[in-house]
Design a binder for this molecule. Structure first.
Ligand code: NAD
Length: 471
């Protein structure tokens, strides 16, 4: 484990980049600090009638843009330092992918498997009420989302509780994102973070000169990949990477890890895990002694998608992957990240960029909620009829007839999911090249993490300067 806290690690990365800027010290300090933290303890009644005190947090790191945005974690490891660190990462993440929000994060300190559905609902609703009480939630104030241990069900309970306390507000659905579709969720949100991870890795793999430097052939095709964590982010990232031509050679969950040189089928491993209550003993694969061992396996790309502090100075020298893709938040400690990239033969794609797909699509969901209309509703049929007219003109000019299947595919108007996925892809590609351009300006002497921080610092600093708060 690293000897410094998670928030200190984020700040260490920040300081490395900040030292390369000319912004006033006071402005840099304002960007770095966490503006507000709310720590709450509340009682809930267990199913057996007993009372339990539950601890929760919400941190709003920066209100330079509103609302603030960030997930809610359900884990026994949640603490004040962790939510502050994750809230800070959200500020930088939003800036990098041009999402006009400040950063926030929340957490409830529980081990979910110890509670029934009814108890989890009571905990989530009471936590939401505590946020309402202190104005730490609202469409224009602070908008939670799913994170480690939470998903659409928790978001539905939060939205419903918020609506119950704000009856005259029109935009209540926009108080959280990651909701089920019938409650105002957006298609594509569940898989968005994993899909974004895939886009980011694919873009890097397509850069011929970068791949040459680290001794890999360009393209994702045939790259051997190990993924740690088969939850929302890890599962979807693994699936999209496999569909994109990567070979998933290793998968790790908390109960163990498996490795298979010629590739694992992600969905089949998930089915096996569900049936056997363990990832281990998958036919044809080798069981590894511990989940951590998966990180050290022979592969080209390592995707830690579980939790922070997985690659530290203790195991960094054992990492064989050339690309370490931070799908989770903070999986590589600040010092280990510098160690891995110092020789120039490995690259770390930083969390502040790579897992931003979730907040990008959350932003789309928020836009859908405040505009009260589904993406594509106004233009889908119009587009289809315009495409059909065009195809008809082509048929007339060439004398060739399109088949019904071709017509169906070519005259397809964009629906909500098409638009969300396309907006996500555009955002991830654009942000990747913003970061690369900054690195090129520094003659490739800085790593991608420092470039990403420089990108974020510049955007947040300019927002403060526009407000006239700083010269
Ligand atoms: P999740 O709860 O859906 O999945 C996490 C998975 O990791 C679980 O299946 C868990 O069993 C597994 N895991 C825990 N410890 C492990 C270990 N030591 N080895 C292997 N597997 C382990 O959570 P998630 O939403 O996928 O989040 C994962 C990470 O991605 C977190 O760092 C989170 O902050 C980050 N993230 C999530 C989102 C999102 O949209 N959900 C967005 C950005 C970043």
């Amino acid at each position: 484990m690293s000897s410094i806290s998670f928030f200190d690690q984020v700040n260490q990365n920040f300081d490395r980049a900040a030292a390369l800027t000319n912004y006033p010290v006071g402005l840099l300090k304002q960007i770095k600090i966490c503006n507000s933290v709310y720590h709450v303890t509340f009682p809930i009644r267990r199913d057996d009638g007993s009372i339990e005190a539950i601890e929760g947090w919400r941190a709003e790191h920066s209100q330079h843009k509103l609302p603030t945005k960030g997930g809610i974690r359900y884990s026994m490891m949640v603490n004040e330092d962790e939510v502050m660190a994750l809230a800070a990462l959200m500020t930088y993440k939003c800036a990098i992918v041009d999402v006009p929000f400040g950063g926030a994060k929340g957490g409830i300190k529980i081990s979910k498997q110890n509670y029934s559905q009814a108890e989890l609902e009571r905990i989530t609703r009471r936590y939401t009420f505590e946020l309402v009480r202190k104005n730490f939630i609202g469409p224009g104030v602070d908008v939670p989302a799913p994170d480690y241990g939470s998903g659409p069900a928790e978001m539905a309970w939060m939205a419903d509780t918020y609506a119950a306390f704000t009856t005259s507000e029109l935009n209540t659905a926009a108080c959280v994102t990651g909701k089920p579709i019938p409650l105002g969720g957006v298609r594509g949100r569940t898989e968005a973070t994993g899909r974004g991870v895939y886009f980011g890795i694919r873009e890097l793999c397509n850069v011929v000169e970068d791949m040459k430097k680290i001794g890999l052939k360009p393209s994702l095709e045939g790259k051997r990949i190990v993924v740690q964590g088969l939850g929302n982010v890890g599962y979807h990232a693994a699936k999209f990477l496999q569909q994109g031509g990567g070979i998933i050679v290793g998968l790790a969950e908390y109960e163990g890890a498996i490795y298979k040189k010629d590739g694992l089928d992600v969905d089949d491993v998930v089915r096996h895990r569900k049936e056997n209550k363990s990832i281990l003993n998958y036919p044809g694969a080798t069981n590894l002694d511990s989940p951590r061992e998966a990180l050290e396996q022979e592969c080209d790309i390592l995707v830690p998608a579980a939790l922070e502090n997985q690659i530290t100075m203790e195991n960094a020298s054992k990492i064989k992957a050339k690309i370490i893709a931070e799908a989770a938040n903070g999986p590589v400690t600040a010092d280990a990240g510098e160690f891995l990239t110092s020789s120039g033969t490995k690259m770390v794609i930083p969390d502040s960029y790579l897992n931003a797909g979730g907040v990008v699509v959350s932003y789309f969901e928020w836009l859908k909620n405040i505009s009260h209309v589904r993406f594509g509703r106004m233009e889908k049929r119009f587009e289809e009829s315009a495409f059909k007219k065009l195809l008809g003109a082509v048929e007339k000019a060439t004398g060739n007839k399109f088949s019904d299947a071709e017509l169906l595919e070519l005259a397809h108007g964009a629906n909500e999911e098409d638009l969300v996925n396309s907006g996500l892809e555009e955002t991830m590609i654009d942000a990747f090249y913003q970061i690369r351009t900054i690195r090129a300006k520094h003659e490739d002497k800085i790593n991608l993490r420092t470039s990403a921080f420089l990108c974020a610092i510049d955007k947040v600093a300019r927002a403060y300067m526009e407000l006239g708060i700083f010269p």
